[in-house]
Design a protein around this ligand. Structure first.
Ligand SMILES: Nc1nc2c(ncn2[C@@H]2O[C@H](COP(=O)(O)OP(=O)(O)O)[C@@H](O)[C@H]2O)c(=O)[nH]1
Ligand SMILES: [Mg+2]
Length: 370
């Protein structure tokens, strides 16, 4: 069963699309979206009037949790939770949940745990501060002494994880070799949240996420087998890039992307309908991160998705701005209409070392594995 949520986000199209994408990645069905131009009101993040509406909606729709697309202070979280009688996830907690569900290697699990403790730590600090100032004595039933114990416990656990991480780093190579032994060539999808990775994954695998919801809840099953022109590949949907990622989460994020290091082809999915400003910003950050984790350029295919939303000329113009026009490993597609999906399959097949050059789309047959 998918968990349900009411989402509170900014009243801007990009923010809404991203927040919806994040909820989707974390496995929540959104029952209702509240859009606000300001989410940093001191007591509840939102105004009391909006809160009243939210209380009513929560009673009526009975969501499992409330997702708040901003960073909440412990006091705000507590205030909201006591009014709504629900667990409140702020933006960072939601992102951490996604990372947790997508971390597969021992190292990435530790990195995610570290980021989670860091999240706790900053909140513990506020608890200590509030109780020592006497402003909120016994905050959430915790006295000053207990807060100190709690804070020190987190610090201790973070140190333990750091030392485990040093050892885990050494095991990374072994893990990678293990994957290679599966004997399949592998394809991974990378790119920003809502660029269309999951839609492309579905277009290539011929399976819809809805049909196999349960299977999609763990990482191993975000991998599927597809056959392109009689050759089998494993294709994986990865955790997406996220705009405004807090600095302390970057290591956790990168380690969840580690899989890209032992993938034969990385499909960098670009939303070509984005503004030129966003395109450049996201593209640069994608390339920088991929090179930092060690993905070589010759394994990357730039997939300009959502070409159905803009004219052919405009797609070309944007590719030119990104410096992709002369790159042989780029393609404009639409995961929604299916445009050029067959050509993309040919491109993948050719890159992974087939001698036979497939010129005609009738030469190619994509069949679906399981
Ligand atoms: N018009 C159009 N919409 C698309 C296309 N690909 C994906 N989308 C939409 O973009 C949104 C985000 O897609 P999704 O696959 O969830 O993105 P992900 O976060 O990268 O996995 C969804 O509403 C999709 O229906 C496309 O080629 N054309
Ligand atoms: Mg997705």
């Amino acid at each position: 069963m998918k968990k349900s949520a009411i989402l509170i986000t900014y009243n801007e199209e990009d923010a809404i699309t991203e927040a919806v994408g994040l909820c989707d990645s974390a496995g929540y069905t959104i029952l209702h979206i509240i859009k606000q131009s300001f989410l940093k009101k001191p007591k509840y993040g939102i105004s009391e009037g909006v809160l009243e509406n939210l209380v009513e909606l929560t009673e009526r729709l009975q969501p499992n949790i409330i997702i708040f697309d901003e960073i909440l202070k412990p006091s705000q979280n507590y205030n909201l939770a006591s009014k709504l009688k629900r667990e409140i996830f702020d933006r960072e907690m939601l992102i951490l949940e996604i990372f947790e569900s997508r971390s597969s290697s021992a190292e990435s699990k530790l990195q995610v745990k570290l980021a989670q403790l860091r999240y706790e730590m900053t909140r513990a600090k506020e608890r200590v501060r509030l109780s020592s100032m006497g402003e909120q004595p016994g905050f959430m039933g915790i006295g000053k002494f207990e807060v100190d114990v709690y804070y020190n416990d987190i610090k201790h656990r973070m140190q333990t994880i750091r030392s485990k991480l040093e050892k885990a780093g050494k095991q990374r190579e072994l893990h990678r070799q293990g994957r290679k032994r599966l004997g399949f060539k592998t394809i991974s999808l990378a790119g920003y949240t809502s660029a269309g990775k999951t839609t492309l994954f579905n277009a290539l695998t011929g399976e819809t996420r809805e049909e196999s919801q349960e299977l999609f809840t763990t990482l191993s099953t975000t991998t599927r087998r597809i056959t392109i022109d009689q050759e089998s590949f494993l294709i994986s949907d990865t955790v997406g890039f996220i705009s405004k990622l807090p600095a302390y989460m970057i290591d956790a994020f990168k380690s969840t992307l580690e899989e890209l290091n032992y993938t034969d082809v990385v499909l960098v999915v670009i939303d070509i309908s984005d503004s030129i400003f966003d395109l450049k910003k996201k593209f640069t950050s994608c390339i920088r991160t991929l090179s930092e984790i060690g993905v070589e350029m010759d394994r990357i295919v730039f997939v300009c998705n959502k070409s159905d939303l803009t004219s052919k000329e405009r797609v070309y113009e944007k590719m030119e701005i990104l410096g992709l026009v002369d790159n042989k490993k780029k393609i404009d597609i639409s995961s929604k209409t299916g445009y050029n999906i067959d050509k993309l399959a040919i491109l993948i097949k050719n890159i992974t070392g087939s001698q036979k050059i497939l010129k005609n789309k009738n030469d190619i047959g994509i069949t679906y594995g399981h």
